[in-house]
Ligand binder design. Structure first.
Ligand SMILES: [Zn+2]
Length: 217
């Protein structure tokens, strides 16, 4: 029963704790959601650390986003909702304030259409092109509008001066892709200002073809 509520709730809590314990998001920052087989959503609650969530701490939303059980959901739900609405394949969304991706989000010279400059293959394979979105006040529903304006063409975005957001068909894939996002951002920040050898256009094209990456945006 891979799509049962209990199974996904336990997995969501375990992934949240793992991300918190590894320092990928601190305080009460970060939020995760997953779509259940019946169309409802499980969402991490507002104002609670991801470090010690139990299944009963999760918010349950109806398929239309109405809060139907558990504590109030993250105030960044509109961000998640926009991915589910514009990318039908989305099964989970992860948003963190992880250090290196957030550091990348404050650099002035990133390519807004492809913020992860191609230096290693894995981020390309897991994330495709990552778009930079403007700065919004936390919880501003306009964040969701900005994701909707991308019309489903990006699985992941970087919120300027805020942090990364990743969507994937499954929770495990979303967490995996988020870890890849953070690692790629770490390499970019560590080598920022250095003379880098980038992957060539031909190498990127070959990667995109071999791994069937969403790349035309
Ligand atoms: Zn945030």
């Amino acid at each position: 029963m891979s799509d049962s509520k209990s199974h996904i709730a336990h997995a969501l809590c375990a992934q949240s704790a793992s991300l918190f314990q590894r320092g990928l998001t601190g305080g009460s920052s970060g939020n995760i959601s997953a779509r259940l087989g019946d169309g409802r959503f499980l969402v991490t609650p507002t104002g609670m650390s991801l470090g010690a969530l139990a299944p009963d701490d999760l918010s349950v939303l109806a398929a239309d986003g109405t809060h139907i059980d558990g504590p109030a959901p993250t105030k960044e739900w509109p961000l998640h909702d926009a991915f589910y609405a514009t990318r039908v394949q989305t099964g989970a969304v992860v948003h963190l304030h992880s250090t290196y991706a957030t550091a990348l989000s404050v650099l002035a010279d990133v390519d807004a259409g492809n913020v992860l400059t191609p230096i290693t293959p894995y981020a390309i394979m897991r994330l495709g092109k990552v778009a930079l979105l403007p700065f919004f006040l936390p919880g501003d529903a306009a964040m969701g509008d900005a994701v909707r304006a991308l019309a489903g063409k990006h699985a992941a975005v970087l919120l300027a001066n805020h942090g990364p957001v990743v969507s994937s068909p499954t929770l495990a894939a979303a967490v995996d892709a988020m870890e890849e996002f953070e690692e790629a951002a770490k390499l970019l920040v560590l080598t920022n200002g250095m003379k880098r050898r980038l992957l060539t256009g031909a190498q990127v094209v070959a990667l995109v073809a071999r791994y069937n990456v969403e790349w035309d945006t």
